[in-house]
Design a protein around this ligand. Structure first.
Ligand code: PHE
Length: 341
């Protein structure tokens, strides 16, 4: 019986080690440890032993059972680990896991309007410039013919960084005219979009931060007719063929003559309605022929060269383009609003 147990132990251990998967191992478990298994069969013969032999043989049988169970457990773990390793090597990406839905965003309506505007100007040979929001008062005012004492320089309108009012948040994109004249060869055709800052309270049409797009052309023989022709073309491309414009005289320190351009109201077609405050027209931009003094300050001879410039409010352009009634909607980033465009 002792030999029988030793043989079973040796055979079982060898068989467990040779098993190549958990199904085979399970079969071996039944074969050796099951109710009709080999070890059980031996134990059933215990009754035939003398009372003296029984305890020692019982202890041995239990030891063999424990050893087999132990070996089974170890082999089973080994096989599981091997199987996992094989699976991981094979499926580096588990394509059976369902994907997470990706929420697609899109451009902000104001940037849609800006991109359309850029597209039109790039098509006409303009270069797009980027400029600093922290600007020298010298470029924002002096070089644009708005010297000391000009009302727009007032502390109540402008965000200055220093007591001497030399560094400021730009109040317009027009200093980009000066930066372009100082750094680019003639002729010049540029637009320069960006943020500008003024001390305004927030309401349906005002914000202390808003966006402008500056535009400028300098060449020989440039006239007001070029200004009107170009801006009319831009407006037709943005708002559709036949969109009517009107040019009203205005004043800016850095252009002479100066004007504001209105677009016929898209809501009422010029009859007058709440959107255009009964006017029939909506103001879109300021423009004019560059003042000879501004050209001179940048070292350009106004007897040889002339130019025109404009500054357009980007929020206003987007509001007209998408029929948005309140400026604040553009900045609040409410997804329920933004999703509509
Ligand atoms: N900078 C002016 C403004 O902010 C607009 C403008 C630009 C006017 C260029 C004329 C020429 O109102």
């Amino acid at each position: 019986m002792k030999e029988q147990l030793a043989t079973i132990r040796a055979q079982a251990l060898a068989a467990f080690d040779a098993a190549q998967d958990s199904a085979a191992l399970d079969a071996l478990r039944v074969q050796y440890l099951g109710k009709k298994g080999e070890l059980t069969a031996v134990l059933k013969q215990m009754g035939k032993l003398s009372p003296e032999e029984r305890p020692a043989m019982g202890a041995l049988a239990n030891e063999v059972r424990a050893a087999l169970e132990d070996a089974l457990e170890r082999r089973s773990q080994q096989l599981e680990e091997q199987a996992l390793e094989r699976r991981l090597a094979k499926e580096t990406v588990d394509v059976t896991i369902p994907g997470k839905p990706v929420k697609m965003g899109h451009r902000h309506p104001m940037y849609i309007a800006l991109d359309e505007l850029k597209e039109v100007f790039i098509g006409m040979g303009f270069t797009v410039l980027d400029g600093p929001e922290i600007e020298l008062a010298q470029l924002n005012f002096d070089r644009l013919n708005a010297g000391e004492g000009h009302p727009s320089r007032d502390w109540s309108d402008t965000f200055y960084f220093d007591e001497d009012s030399r560094v400021m948040l730009r109040s317009q994109t027009s200093p980009m005219q000066v930066r372009a004249m100082d750094s680019m060869p003639l002729p010049i055709r540029i637009i320069a979009p960006g943020r500008v800052y003024r001390k305004d309270e927030v309401d349906a049409t005002h914000s202390p931060m808003f966006h402008q797009v500056e535009g400028m052309v300098i060449d020989k023989g440039v006239t007001m007719a070029d200004l009107k022709g170009t801006l009319n073309t831009v407006v037709e491309q943005l708002y559709g063929k036949g969109t009517k414009t009107r040019f009203r005289p205005h004043h800016f320190p850095f252009t002479e003559p100066s004007c504001e351009m209105d677009v016929q109201c898209h809501k009422c077609g010029g009859l007058g309605c709440p959107t255009c405050k009964g006017e029939g027209w909506i103001e879109l931009l300021g423009a004019g022929m560059i003042h000879p003094k501004v050209l001179e300050m940048s070292g350009i001879d106004p007897n040889v060269y002339s130019g025109w410039a404009f500054g357009i409010g980007l929020e206003r352009t987007a509001m007209r383009r998408f029929k948005i009634a309140d400026l604040r909607l553009i900045f609040e980033n409410d997804v329920r609003f933004l999703e509509q465009f």
